[in-house]
Design a binder for this molecule. Structure first.
Ligand SMILES: [Zn+2]
Length: 240
């Protein structure tokens, strides 16, 4: 069992100590981790683990039941055994990009809900280029320009972003209708981790996000593509 230490609001922490509770040929399970395991359309964090007598690169992080497996490469020395202590260091540049991208996604998703009444059917965050699928939607070039302008207008307000674990009922009440498909979150997940952008948006989400919209910078929409059957995909990057 691995405690997800980045929850509810430790998205900015990139170094920590933990104890090994399980090992495999190419992975370590820790008692707690600040590494984000791939999920919810966000890639895993990468970084390094160090222990007495060795170190390794973390190339992938995956949830497996209640465990988080840290897959390692370039191992120096012997992998540590259960009970040994490690130091974890997360690639901060990558973490920051994912935090900025993921929060930009929340803003754009809210704008498209408010202006076009389309829900976010899926999203994939990457450090350099991210995408959101909206449904039902049929955007013109003008719409795409408007969405970009509005996203940047809201980001420029520099609103604060809070992450909180709240009773599921409260999160469901506060999440705008159509913002996400709450039915996709298994019923037993309670409390829910909510990402709250001041009085602008509330959305249940387990990813990593910035603490203020001013950290995001500027969104640049690269492409809009029809995915058929009323689904539109928007791809975007961030300018520093
Ligand atoms: Zn999110």
């Amino acid at each position: 069992m691995t405690e997800l230490l980045y929850l509810p609001d430790n998205d900015d922490r990139t170094d920590f100590e933990a104890e090994v509770v399980g090992t495999g040929e190419d992975y370590l399970v820790l008692d707690g981790t600040y590494f984000y395991p791939e999920g919810g359309g966000q890639p895993a964090d990468q970084g390094n683990l160090e222990w007495s007598g060795g170190e390794a690169e973390v190339v992938d992080v995956q949830k497996d039941g209640g465990d988080v497996k840290h897959f390692v490469e370039n191992v120096q020395g012997e992998l540590p055994s259960a009970g040994e202590k490690i130091t974890g260091v997360i690639d901060q540049e990558m973490r920051d990009k994912h935090r900025r991208m993921h929060t930009a996604q929340h803003v754009m998703s809210k704008i498209v809900l408010d202006e076009y009444n389309a829900t976010t059917a899926g999203n994939q965050i990457h450090a350099e280029r991210s995408r959101i699928d909206f449904e039902p939607a049929d955007f013109s070039q003008e719409d795409v320009e408007f969405i970009e302008e509005e996203t940047n207008r809201i980001i420029d307000k520099g609103l604060g972003v809070e992450k909180e674990e709240l009773p599921r009922e409260e999160v469901e009440e506060r999440t705008p209708e159509g913002r996400v498909n709450l039915g996709l979150i298994p019923d037993h997940v309670d409390p829910l981790r909510a990402v709250i952008i001041e009085d602008y948006d509330v959305c249940p989400c387990g990813g990593t996000h910035v603490d203020s919209l001013e950290e995001i910078g500027k969104v640049n929409i690269l492409e809009r593509r029809s995915k058929g059957e009323g689904v539109e995909r928007i791809e975007f990057e961030l300018e520093n």
